[in-house]
Design a protein around this ligand. Sequence first.
Ligand code: AOF
Ligand code: ZN
Length: 372
Amino acid sequence: MAAGANVSDADLRFMAAAIRLARRHKGLTGTNPSVATLVVAQHGNGPAIVGRGTTALGGRPHAEPQALEEAGDRARGATAYVTLEPCAHHGRTPPCAEALIAAGIARVVGAASDPDPRVSGKGYAMLREAGIKVVEGVLAGEAADDLAGYLTRSVAKRPEVTLKLAVSADGMIGVKDHGHVTVTGEVSRAQVHVMRAQSDAILVGIGTALADDPQLTCRLPGLETRSPERIVIDRLARLPATSRLVRSARKVPLRLAVGPDADDERRAVLTAAGVEFLACDVHEGHVALPEFLEDLGARGMSTLMIEGGAITAAAFLDQGLVDRICLFCGKGAIGGGGVRSPLTRETIPPGFRLLREAAYGDDTYCEWIRAG
Ligand code: AOF
Ligand code: ZN
């Protein structure tokens, strides 16, 4: 049964809670998506959560068996809210659909469907065959938004690409030859660090790496261990060994996307400093981005955040490789000598739809995703 019929306000509330619970392990479950299960039983006059589970760190165990274990006998006759179709395959763990059946769950409310061919449609079918009432697609869009990295990698065989830009009131992202310039405020900065913590990798072009000497780490108090891999598109391996990126390579992984013409001696120096390399095809003098992304997808990477600069951002945009645009707009103007942003609120390419807007201190934040 599809969402709409037989979906109560309580169903929507519990599913929204399950989606929030799933966010706790976003970016921490390896190649597995972070999903959540809530087991809800009648208790006194109303429903009560008796079991909860989130895909464990590293990806296993899955959410369902953890929620069922907490619920124990109270799972019998209860409703399970799952943010992704329960798995139907014998992987490293037995199928979650079987676990739900064995625990005596009476009704399953599901959000997103799983494109994994081992699971797709089969998880819900197993439940129905066992006589469980199933409602699919409840808050499916909301759940899929959090699962976008996993869904993109499963379907398009590459990570979901998020382009993050901080743009001044006059449409600039920096000042020529000045390195890093502050465009947005403290709240936006913190939000960017949260985005970093939830990404599998952060990427910049060599121009930005040379001009800004960035660290590209997550430095929020308490989240310092959540820095993802850093990637620099650096066809000729020009990144200096003295850069902050290279100096921190032993603490936070750093990978250079290089072409076949990268200098062997430079590579040796950087390798000795702990830098890793991704050998890339070159197309018309530039690292071939579609193939580069496919390579990352094959390595299990689900989310990639592009943090600059203008040339790199424009290259991903021009090749239709951006799935999500996150624009942080500052109030101040940069004026003369500014580096123009490849896009602003007014020039979002066709095919994107506005997903959310927020005020972050004095800044405004807008997020678009590729429509359809
Ligand atoms: C669930 N619950 O919490 C998650 C699921 O390698 P395996 O055996 O762990 O299986 C990975 C697949 O399991 C993954 O591609 C996706 O289809 C599903 N993820 N399923 O029932 C969960 N994380
Ligand atoms: Zn499972």
